[in-house]
Design a protein around this ligand. Structure first.
Ligand code: HGA
Length: 615
């Protein structure tokens, strides 16, 4: 959350910074700002409340806003309301220093009180502003740019990705990473720092990723990197091959829509190099010697947040079924703040699209110190902190996901988990070869089945018209469709702002049935599985109380369903094991169309941001 970017060049960097901010907007979009060292050697700043486009419009009106060194920020407020005044960059009292910050300074109140006692006047309500005043205060003692930044960050507690600019060093920037990611972009006659690589793709494909505690000084033709104790170090420069530029929506209206339709391809990309020619799992795709490691695993602990947590809930069914290994799953922000018991020979799995989710990353770091056998990260972003810090890694191949509401990242996480369940079952010899081949053959058919589900798009769009005025909705599923229902409800909440809850259908009569009346739409997922009859009874109970039923049903049972649904959508038959992947798709389309009908900001829903890099 919050995106920062900085550039030092031979040319005017304003356009580079603004384009970068647009690409960083998925991280936060309540306000934005830019600061440049302009012709007279002073810092000039523009800030705006709202989306980056508002800032772009504002900057085009100022012909003097040009400079070869600059920093910029797109904000997701943590401290202080979204407002122009609280937008970054923040300036020191003299106006000589500017900073942008991603993260939270936990001891800002104490620092602020001390600074106010020394006569400093604050201009914003942010935690960030203390940093720039501390830098100015310590400047008399440390005139060297990097030494001064180093001295100040020692006083900070919390998380920060920082970029600092000083008028006395008009061709330099300093950036620091502690808890929030920073990448260095290597250009020709120009260099950059940013929160991610996507923002810099228009100007370079050569990157280095700062480690925790690292600082970097960038100039037009020079980059110096230091570790947390100030010792000079080198980092490997990686050339990224971004086949397609995710920042384009192509023929789609929204990123979310594009990403829903990309699922057949990215799902295939995720499993294709993990299955051998004769339909066997390639266990080593989880890491060298994972076969040996997996054979020792007696328990799996999964820790994640949001949509990734739902993927973990489905995984529990698969892992216990095929590998006969017990699984428990927990929300990262809960796990990290309690004393949990580590079961002997447990594998610790974290799941995150970005690999930077603050709570999940902290949980991973904690797990590494408390006796787990090994850690495995299921992640979509190569070079992310999680990928670099986990012992084993499985990369989903979703490509960059821009829509804040996760779609393709979720279904590729499900693919990762079914592959993991098969690999674990194989290593532990709990899965027969026949069953392994049956699952993998079925998995190979999933992309084609999803294509057919996507062809229900228009039909689902029609359904969405009924939901525009609704305030609430209930989602029902049983067994491994219960997490699918949870994910469906989360999507609807995120982008349509309709209150939605999901229940295992058998749980209704223990309370939620009281909510059902003729105003309450109920969306049920009904695959052809062992729990179908039970689900049908639950739907009868809903119907008897006047609830408005909408059912997504497997083709094989859609005709025989004994319920009077307002609408039944028929989904191609799919083996029970893979139904969670396929049944997720219509629920995504449904939320998408409801949001479009309601006119919400589908890709950037209010109050949210994609990469949750703060606690
Ligand atoms: N705490 C700072 C930065 C916010 C941030 O990084 N959000 O993800 C602020 O509130 O401005």
């Amino acid at each position: 959350m919050c995106g920062i970017i900085g550039a030092v060049s031979e040319r005017n960097v304003l356009a580079i910074l603004l384009e970068g901010l647009k690409r960083l907007e998925y991280r936060g979009y309540d306000s934005a700002g830019v600061a440049l060292i302009v012709a007279d050697g002073k810092i000039k700043r523009k800030r705006a409340l709202g989306k980056v486009q508002v800032l772009v419009d504002k900057t085009t009106q100022d012909k003097n806003l040009k400079g070869i060194t600059g920093i910029a920020h797109t904000r997701w407020a943590t401290h202080g309301e979204p407002s122009e005044n609280n937008a970054h960059p923040h300036l020191s009292g003299s106006g000589k220093i500017a900073i942008v910050h991603n993260g939270i300074i936990e001891n800002f109140m104490q620092l602020k009180t001390e600074l106010i006692a020394q006569g400093v006047q604050f201009q914003s309500q942010t935690d960030t502003e203390v940093i720039v005043h501390l830098l100015e205060k310590s400047w008399d003692k440390n005139k060297d740019f990097i030494t001064n930044v180093h001295a100040v960050i020692k006083k900070l507690k919390g998380a920060y990705g920082l970029a600092v600019m000083h008028v006395d060093f008009p061709h330099s920037l300093v950036a620091v990473r502690s808890g929030s990611p920073i990448v260095i972009g290597y250009g020709i006659g120009e260099n950059f720092i940013s929160s991610d690589t996507l923002s810099l793709l228009p100007v370079t494909n050569r990157f280095a990723f700062l480690d925790e505690g690292d600082m970097v000084l960038i100039e037009q033709g020079k980059i110096e990197i230091y570790d947390h104790s100030g010792v000079s170090k080198q980092l490997e420069i990686k050339e990224l091959d971004q086949i397609q530029d995710a920042a384009s929506k192509g023929r789609y209206k929204h990123y979310m829509q594009k990403e829903i339709f990309e699922q057949p391809q990215v799902i295939a990309n995720t499993f294709s190099n993990c299955i051998s020619f004769d339909n066997e799992i390639i266990v080593d795709k989880f890491g060298i010697e994972s076969n040996l490691l997996f054979s020792q695993v007696e328990h799996v602990k999964i820790v994640a947040c949001g949509t990734s947590f739902h993927a973990g809930l489905v995984a529990k069914y698969w892992i216990e079924e095929y590998a006969k290994v017990s699984v428990d799953i927990e929300i990262a922000s809960e796990f990290r703040y309690r004393n949990s018991v580590v079961t002997k020979n447990s594998l610790f799995i974290t799941v995150s699209q970005s690999g930077e989710t603050a709570d999940t990353l902290a949980a991973l770091r904690q797990a590494k110190t408390c006796g787990y056998l090994k850690t495995l990260a299921i992640c979509n972003m190569p070079n992310s902190s999680m990928v670099r810090e986990a012992d084993l890694v499985f990369m989903t191949q979703a490509g960059i996901e821009m829509g804040v509401a996760s779609t393709k990242a979720f279904t590729t996480q499900l693919v990762a988990f079914i592959l993991f369940a098969v690999a674990l079952g194989k290593a532990k010899q709990t899965l027969t070869k026949t069953k392994e081949q049956e699952i993998l053959k079925a998995l190979k058919k999933v992309p084609e089945i999803i294509k057919k589900v996507l062809s229900l798009d228009k039909e689902i769009e029609q359904l969405s018209y009924n939901f525009v005025e609704k305030q609430h909705a209930l989602f029902l599923g049983r067994g491994m469709q219960y997490p699918v229902a949870l994910e469906g409800a989360l999507k609807l909440k995120e982008i349509s702002y309709i209150h939605a809850e999901a229940y295992p259908a058998g749980e209704l009569k223990h309370g939620p049935l009281a909510l059902v009346d003729k105003e309450m739409p109920i969306i049920a997922v009904a695959p052809n599985d062992a729990l179908l009859e039970k689900l049908e009874s639950n739907l009868q109970e809903v119907q008897a109380r006047g609830g408005e039923l909408y059912v997504f049903a497997d083709h094989a049972i859609s005709q025989s369903l004994q319920i009077d649904s307002k609408h039944t959508f028929v989904i191609d038959s799919i083996p029970e094991v893979l139904a969670p992947i396929v049944f997720t798709i219509p629920l995504q389309l449904f939320s998408y169309h409801v949001a479009v009908q309601k006119g919400t900001d589908v890709d950037q829903p209010r109050n949210l941001a994609k990469s949750v890099t703060v606690e």
